[in-house]
Design a protein. Structure first.
Length: 503
């Protein structure tokens, strides 16, 4: 996946649900990973040469031996806030799995595209958001949310000494997390997020003479926050620093793009943005994080358009496809029917945590998605999912009945039905404008579900308010995922296409 349709260095460089970016530079190449929560495979890995155009080259955790997400893993559970670093000729990845039986784990690879190792467990490091940094002597320091620190042997997972508290951000600020430790010039810098990952999110930094401090906070903290502003990009935080091709410093961070009235609804999840960094008196000063084009002092390649259609040719699925908690090969296959995707049902509906689905993140504020489904052997459909309690879908059955289903919290209803002649049918979902008249409670968009006849004529069956598939309604840390799913028996999908719309 290439982050296409990205007009600048700031209007997200990796759009859609790609939060908690961690980046490292190796020569002329940049590599980045993001959180993936309850989805499998885990931790998408991206590559770039210019910090603007990012191509997904794999998923670090793509085998059951690497990633265990039990069926009771809640939505927005699973994998939190990885840190990616390159040291001594290897890539190192540390991450927290908050699912039952998880904990902090270290993975390594010589090629960031994979394969990555099986996990080395780090039971002596509690908490979330672990970071790795090496000093001049080769000692590895692990700093984690709280903020505390311990020396670590990352090859074995053994801690060397006892954890101890270090600088934990602005007094009185909630959720000091996402620490990253750097040696820059004469100082060690400890940067962290605080204020919670909602509108109060911010970035603060301190510096000291050694990896363990003592740390002196920046007098201008927080060095980045959009709280209390009317800027179109909000929730700015959870950042990592990197040097650009020209030697200048930049920050990759998460943020959201709320739409609609009050309180503002973001539906794509937390996205990855890029912001310039200058230095004054030895402290980083963060430039604008917005949606306008930024002039960059190094060459930026034209983005490579992402293919709109996936014909499900036999072989490995594209890297951007994700499933819920696992992906058993006997339930998800492109080999049973030539150039078709086959899904075998397990959970009875999208309300169930073990539903079999294949999805991709919504990456544009306005989009259209279509698929051709054959339900002669079972039922299934096309859905927009946020979690088990917040999703919309259009579902087809063997008898030719189409149903548009809305699940909002404890309420589940069929909003429209239509019976068609039995046989494969093209289903679609697209975004539409927010309902009129606009006001304080106007949502971010609407979601339109329908089908297409053999001659391409589109029939809309239901238009649903998009605000109910937003983080501000559902809670959690993820974003919308456009999903193909099986509800009963076996459902076959000939193709799937996704395209941005201008809005």
């Amino acid at each position: 996946m290439t982050a296409s349709a990205v007009p600048s260095a700031t209007s997200p460089v990796i759009p859609g649900f790609h939060p908690d970016p961690s980046v490292c530079r190796v020569g002329e190449d940049y590599y980045l990973v993001c959180s993936s929560f309850e989805y499998f495979p885990g931790l998408p890995v991206f590559h770039s040469r210019d910090l603007v155009n990012w191509t997904q080259i794999g998923n670090a955790l793509d085998r059951p031996s690497q990633l265990d997400l039990p069926p009771d893993t809640p939505s927005s559970g699973g994998l939190y806030a990885p840190t990616l670093r390159h040291h001594d000729g290897r890539f190192w990845l540390i991450v927290t799995n908050v699912a039952s039986g998880g904990g902090n784990m270290v993975y390594t690879a010589t090629d960031p595209a994979g394969p990555w190792s099986d996990p080395v467990r780090v039971p002596g490091v509690p908490g979330i958001d672990p970071d790795l940094a090496w000093d001049e002597d080769g000692t590895c320091w692990c700093t984690y949310a709280g903020v505390a620190q311990v020396r670590l042997d990352p090859s074995t997972g053994e801690i060397l000494g006892e954890p101890y508290p270090v600088w934990s951000g602005t007094p009185g600020s909630i959720a000091p997390e996402a620490p990253h430790l750097y040696r820059i010039g004469d100082h060690w810098y400890l940067m962290l997020a605080e204020g919670g990952t909602e509108r109060g999110h911010s970035v603060s930094i301190a510096r000291g003479p050694s990896p363990s401090g003592p740390f002196e906070p920046c007098p201008a903290n927080p060095i980045l926050t959009h709280r209390g502003t009317n800027k179109p990009v909000q929730n700015t935080g959870h950042a990592d620093l990197v040097q650009a091709p020209d030697g200048s410093w930049w920050m990759l961070l998460l943020a959201v793009r709320p739409q609609g009235g009050t309180p503002g609804w973001h539906v794509l999840g937390r996205e990855t943005f890029l912001a310039p960094v200058s230095w004054e008196d030895g402290w980083p000063v963060i430039g604008e994080v917005g949606v306008e084009r930024a002039e960059l002092p190094w060459p930026v390649a034209a983005p490579t358009p992402e293919p709109e259609r996936d014909d499900f040719e036999p072989g490995d699925l594209a890297h951007h496809w994700i499933s819920l908690r696992d992906r058993p090969t006997e339930l998800v296959s492109t080999k049973e029917r030539d150039s078709w995707l086959t899904l075998r049902a397990r959970g009875a509906s999208l309300d169930e945590p073990d539903v079999v689905l294949l999805g991709r993140r919504q990456q544009h504020l306005a989009f259209r998605a279509r698929t051709l489904i054959d339900t002669a052997e079972g039922s299934g459909g096309l859905a927009v999912r946020l979690d088990e309690f917040h999703h919309y879908s259009i579902e087809a059955t063997p008898g030719g009945r189409l149903s548009v289903i809305a699940r909002i919290g404890s309420l589940r209803t069929v909003t429209a039905e239509r019976t068609l002649p039995a046989g494969p049918v093209t289903l679609f979902v697209r975004t539409g404008p927010a309902p009129e008249p606009h006001g304080a409670r106007t949502g971010p968009d609407s979601l339109v579900f329908g089908f297409e006849s053999a001659d391409g004529t589109a029939t809309e069956l239901a238009t649903l308010d998009g605000r109910y598939l937003s983080t501000e309604v559902a809670g959690g840390f993820t974003g919308r995922v456009i999903s193909l799913y099986a509800a009963t028996g076996t459902a076959h999908f000939d193709w799937f296409d996704y395209a941005p719309l201008v809005r």
